[in-house]
Write a protein that binds this ligand. Sequence first.
Ligand code: RIB
Length: 277
Amino acid sequence: MSGRVMVLGSLNVDLVTRVERHPRPGETVRGEDLQRLAGGKGANQAVAAAAAGADVAMVGCVGDDAGGTAYRARLERLGLDVTGLRVAQDVPSGHALVHVADDGENTIVVVPGANDALDEREVAAVDALGPGDVLLLQLEVPFRVVCVAARRAASRGARVVVNLAPYAALPPDVLALADPVVVNEPEMQALAESGAQPRSLLVTFGANGASWDGDTEPAVAVPEDEVADTTGAGDAFCGALAAALAAGRDRSESLAAALAAGADAVRRTGAQADPYL
Ligand code: RIB
């Protein structure tokens, strides 16, 4: 029987515009089109895990505004369990300002809003997990909450997967219980410089595939002219990975499923499939 995936993390309203190229400091460039899309690394991963067939619970906070209301309704519509999704009072929902250039590469500024309101109420949701379940974490919510949730889930026998994005140094015991810690190349570099040594490390190399404790799987090739937007590709990877692990698939199968989801994600606009809020 498949386990459950719980994602504890961020939800953002992504304000996305396309630019010919990214502005340099002090420069103004023209954007084409402005879209309001579902984003946030946590919710992106949760939606990707659900798309991969997992039974998914999203734990986090939105604000008491139109964006938060629309986001909650969207996740319910997609079949996610939102019992652990709190509406924080008098706080705006998290937002991200996303510029996508013609080559599909993005720059993102995150304004956390309600994501910073996560506290022990959200951690309590983790008590529903047990052996066979997966808790998937990233770092766009308070680190203290991430660390407590990771320890509590592990103590209940659940598998903990930590995506160190955006990069921050976590306590060694949290890195040691994650199986795996997922990083991209810049995050791997920062992790190496910190001297920390996770028990299990999965590194993504974009078009060059990924490597899990040295076992490498090639990427699913996407022709350059089919790359629409790389926003959320890493999140799609993590969500699909968690879904495969919760379904009891082995490392190589899980890695292959994650790479396929990452490749699909770069072909579409936005951080989630059909992302309009
Ligand atoms: O990883 C992509 C995500 O990062 C975007 O959806 C944005 O909200 C930021 O959290």
